[in-house]
Write a protein that binds this ligand. Structure first.
Ligand code: FES
Length: 129
């Protein structure tokens, strides 16, 4: 590898590191993948959400105390949604966006919304399926 190539690689790595820091600082607005075992209302950011690995569910909290659950499988071509911010659920495959309030389509190419999933809140413990 030539010196110029090493410098280019370093620049790219540095840029990725900056992106990584930026994403981390927005953790309160971005969904994270969690186990279904012990999710509480405090784990679900207001205006954001949590993508659960299994079962495939995304939990949202549009306003404090309002917990919603939807399938995390995008109805367009079956990708898993990846994040929730500003009360919008995002699918990374083709850019569809869904409402964190009711799962409806905000932006295609998906033409159907995310199906609702059952959710129950007991104190701060969230159960769903
Ligand atoms: S699979 Fe989600 S937008 Fe295409």
């Amino acid at each position: 590898m030539k010196r110029r190539d090493v410098l280019k690689a370093g620049a790219v790595t540095g840029a990725l590191a900056v992106v990584g820091v930026s994403v981390s600082s927005c953790a309160n607005e971005t969904a994270v993948t969690m186990s279904a075992d012990s999710i509480t209302t405090a784990d679900i950011p207001v205006g954001g959400g949590v993508v659960v690995a299994e079962p495939p569910v995304v939990l949202t909290q549009p306003t404090a105390g309002e917990i919603n659950a939807f399938t995390s499988i995008c109805p367009h071509q079956g990708c898993k949604v990846s994040e929730v911010s500003n009360n919008e659920i995002f699918c990374p495959c083709h850019g569809s966006k869904f409402s964190a309030l009711d799962g409806s389509v905000i932006q295609g190419p998906a033409t159907e919304g995310l199906a609702a999933a059952a959710v129950a809140v007991d104190g701060t413990k969230v159960s769903f399926g």
